[in-house]
Ligand binder design. Structure first.
Ligand code: N1C
Length: 308
């Protein structure tokens, strides 16, 4: 008969036949193994190839939650404000926007980078509705907010999405740089944001037709600046076959200085450029509908009591 023993014999240790010495050795071996594993894990974590840190620039970094803001603004514009554009694919637009600058050298941005984004956001606005501006951002937008049939670039889908945001990436990383972005003057001119505004401003001007308007700031020294986006990009991209006239409104701050008016040589420079481009030009100081808006903010100023 076979020996079916389930309990140890007297004096025999249950289930284990190792000597005490062997057990100590095994314990030490186990400890060494655990220690080696811990060291290996720590070294592995420390030496794991991590994305190199972003370069440091002099400009403000990418706006926090950039992608979410772009997506939210796109849906607000296409689903709420202009439902005739509800067919626009905001997911694609968001991707095209980030792909335009992610994993790329932020000092080597080009018009080409934004071509898909431009295509996805194309939009036609009626003739006689384009409003350009230079150094008069707030006032020009107050004007088009009241005159709802007029459009600044920021009243179009692309301008609405990007207005006030910052963005840049890095050639060595697929992430956005939230710390800093190249500054136009201190780092490089071909940065993603400057190239973007030049590119979309060019398209905005190319698409304009009929009588177009520009709101200029007559209370600063560079009322018309040949190096501004308006002076450098937009006036040179208006199509004379489509644009019959540029109407300038030279606005002066309420109670502010009058640095330039329609009769200033600076405004003549603008007139001259347009005459060369075969576009007629008219100019008016302190256009009443816009002056009214300035007066809403300064109702007690003496210059506001006589405009009605
Ligand atoms: O350089 P600017 O003005 O003459 O540019 C304004 C001009 C407008 O007519 C717009 O169509 O160019 C277009 N444009 C914008 O719409 C825009 N939104 C925000 C140009 N720039 C725009 N920004 C930012 O303001 C951008 O960062 C750019 O550098 C400034 C230019 O403002 P500006 O000098 O007063």
């Amino acid at each position: 008969m076979s020996d079916h023993r389930f309990s140890p014999m007297p004096g025999e240790e249950p289930g284990c036949h190792l000597s005490k010495k062997a057990k100590v050795c095994l314990g030490i071996l186990l400890c060494v193994l655990v220690a080696v594993t811990i060291v290996a894990v720590v070294v592995g974590v420390l030496k794991w190839p991590r994305a190199p840190p972003h370069r440091e620039w002099n400009g403000t970094g990418t706006t926090p939650h950039f992608s979410e803001i772009v997506l939210g603004r796109c849906y607000t514009y296409t689903q709420v404000l202009w439902p005739e554009l509800r067919h626009k694919d905001c997911g694609q637009i968001g991707k095209a926007f980030t792909n335009a600058f992610l994993s790329k050298d932020p000092c080597n941005s080009s018009e080409q980078d934004y071509q898909l984004l431009l295509k996805l956001t194309n939009q036609t606005t009626p003739c006689h509705t384009s409003v350009f501006w230079s150094k008069s951002n707030q006032l020009a937008h107050l004007y088009t907010r009241v005159q709802q049939d007029m459009f600044t670039l920021e009243d179009t889908l692309m301008g609405y999405i990007a207005d006030g945001l910052n963005w840049c990436g890095d050639a060595g990383s697929s992430e956005m740089n939230y710390q800093s972005c190249p500054h136009w003057g201190k780092d490089c001119i071909n940065n993603p944001k400057s190239v973007f505004w030049d590119t979309v401003s060019k398209r905005f001007a190319e698409n304009a037709c009929g009588v177009v308007q520009v709101v200029l700031n007559g209370s600063i020294s560079n009322t018309f600046d040949k190096n501004s986006t308006f002076g450098r990009v937009e006036i040179h991209n208006l199509h004379p076959e489509k644009v019959s006239r540029l109407q300038a409104w030279v606005m002066h701050d309420i109670g502010g200085v009058r640095s330039h008016s329609c009769s200033s040589p600076l405004i003549n420079d603008l007139k001259f450029i347009l005459s060369q481009r075969k576009i007629s030009f008219t100019c008016q100081d302190d256009y009443r509908p816009i002056k009214f808006l300035q007066c809403v903010k300064n109702p007690d100023h003496s210059s506001c009591s006589s405009i009605i």
